[in-house]
Write a protein that binds this ligand. Structure first.
Ligand code: NAD
Length: 425
């Protein structure tokens, strides 16, 4: 008898419950063996590390970090590293599972992983942040390698942190191993376009979705973006370059709204100076909830999980949601939005630009041969456009929403590969 995997849920909102609910919804459309389905519910490996960091005042503080390999059937596992006080094993497990489906959906030869440290990076000095990163990287050495598991940046981490991570791994090996991590600075083996890739990809997919909806005019399309970090700010910039109007943005400190469109260049300069969109003089102050429910045509959540829930889904005015963040919408909210006719492009498709260019970075590092930016963006757009079309065709075939369709495609590919490989021993 097959017993469905029931993980321990360790806090109120459970991203992993969301990931499993989405999985169960998708496999109803698939003809896969119950045992294969159950195998795909389990993470392959879960690793917890507790380690000390010496603070600048000489005191020692303990930190907890995680790394989960969800699935490695299609290739080495791939996924970002998150620094946030909200990090839990449950969250990392969900994010690792979504990485498996994301890589499969866009047809790149990676499995899914994710990592994180329970820390607010803003409370550490640069030296403390470097020490924490180096010790976490050293703790992960038994389970990472350019051919087994390749980390990348995510919420709260950035190219400099990837540089310290790569250097720590390389010092332990005794030679430079750039392919151990992606999202690095360009001068140590990073890829052109990687920093912009996720946000830019979100806008590529948004434009495909608008075309599919029959909306062609950029100037009259108003966007609201929650989160103004790597994904949100690069999405805003790409949207602005393509002629769209951004009416609302927010970050952890607050938000700003301007019905006539925010001056994105001035906003970027303000954020570079102050570190937040809060207080930007080119609009009225608003809350995060007001950004999500603001008067706009497209909503791009680009911050955290569990932002669009049964509580606010009925008040969302956008007719298109493009998920820049991972897991921003709960299954209950998915149902409400579908019933209201809101089109939602799911995370595993909408924000896949990041892992696609991470894949290009890894290939370039392994070959020590680097591509120009035009080539990177051409290949990125080709993969995203093809993946969008395949998802729409699957949704039409099964008469279902885009999230379920994307998962159907992704899960089928992993299940087929697993069946072809067979079960060891
Ligand atoms: P980031 O740390 O660069 O930026 C996060 C942004 O969200 C910041 O503006 C922060 O202030 C804001 N934020 C944090 N908590 C918030 C809250 N409670 N309410 C409102 N805003 C809040 O992170 P990022 O790399 O841009 O990642 C954002 C999301 O995109 C995450 O879900 C991440 O998993 C996903 N993602 C990132 C990448 C990537 O390449 N960086 C790729 C795919 C998906």
């Amino acid at each position: 008898m097959v017993v469905a995997f029931k993980p321990e849920i360790d806090h109120d909102s459970s991203p992993y419950q969301t990931a499993l609910a989405q999985f169960d919804r998708a496999i109803r459309y698939l003809k896969i063996d119950d045992g294969v389905a159950d195998f795909l519910r389990y993470p392959r490996r879960e690793f917890t590390v507790n380690f000390p960091v010496r603070r600048d005042d000489g005191s020692i503080e303990m930190f907890t970090g995680y790394r989960v390999h969800h699935n490695t059937v299609l290739g080495p596992s791939k996924g970002g590293i998150r620094y946030s006080l909200a990090v839990t094993m449950d969250e990392i497990r969900a994010l690792a599972m979504w990485m498996t489906w994301k890589c499969s959906l866009v047809n790149i030869p990676f499995g899914g992983a994710k990592g994180g440290v329970v820390v607010d990076p803003k409370t550490l000095s640069p030296r403390e942040l470097e020490n924490l990163t180096r010790r976490y990287a050293a703790e992960l050495i038994p389970i990472i390698d350019p051919h087994t598991d390749i980390p990348a940046p995510d919420l709260g981490t950035n190219p400099q942190i990837m540089a310290w991570f790569m250097d720590t791994y390389s010092m332990n090996k005794g030679y430079s191993v750039p392919a151990i991590v992606t999202g690095k600075p360009i001068n140590i083996g990073g890829s052109l376009g990687r920093n912009q890739a996720t946000g830019r990809g979100v806008i590529t997919v948004m434009m495909e979705a608008l075309r599919y909806m029959g909306r062609k005019d950029a100037e009259s399309t108003r966007l609201a973006i929650q989160g103004f970090g790597n994904v949100g700010s690069n999405a805003a910039l790409a949207a602005h370059e393509n002629g769209f109007k951004i009416v609302a943005v927010s970050d952890v400190y607050g938000g700003v709204y301007n019905a006539n469109g925010l001056d994105i260049e001035a906003l970027m300069a303000y954020v570079a100076e102050t570190g937040t969109v809060d207080g930007f003089p080119g609009g009225e102050a608003c809350t995060n909830d007001e950004v999500l429910t603001s008067d706009c045509d497209v909503l791009i959540p680009a911050a955290l999980e569990d932002q669009i829930t049964a509580r606010n889904a009925g008040r969302i005015k956008a007719e298109l949601i493009v998920e820049g963040a991972n897991g921003p919408t709960t299954p209950e909210a998915d149902d409400i939005l579908r019933d209201r006719g809101v089109l939602l492009v799911p995370d595993i498709l909408a924000n896949a630009g990041g892992v696609i260019v991470s894949y290009f970075e890894w290939v370039q590092d392994l070959q020590s041969f680097f591509w120009d930016e035009d080539e990177i963006y051409r290949q990125l757009e080709r993969i995203l456009t093809r993946s969008f079309e395949a998802t729409v065709m699957t949704a039409e075939k099964h008469k279902t929403d885009l999230r379920t369709a994307a998962q159907v495609l992704a899960i089928q590919r992993v299940a087929d590969a697993l069946t072809t490989r067979g079960f060891y021993p």
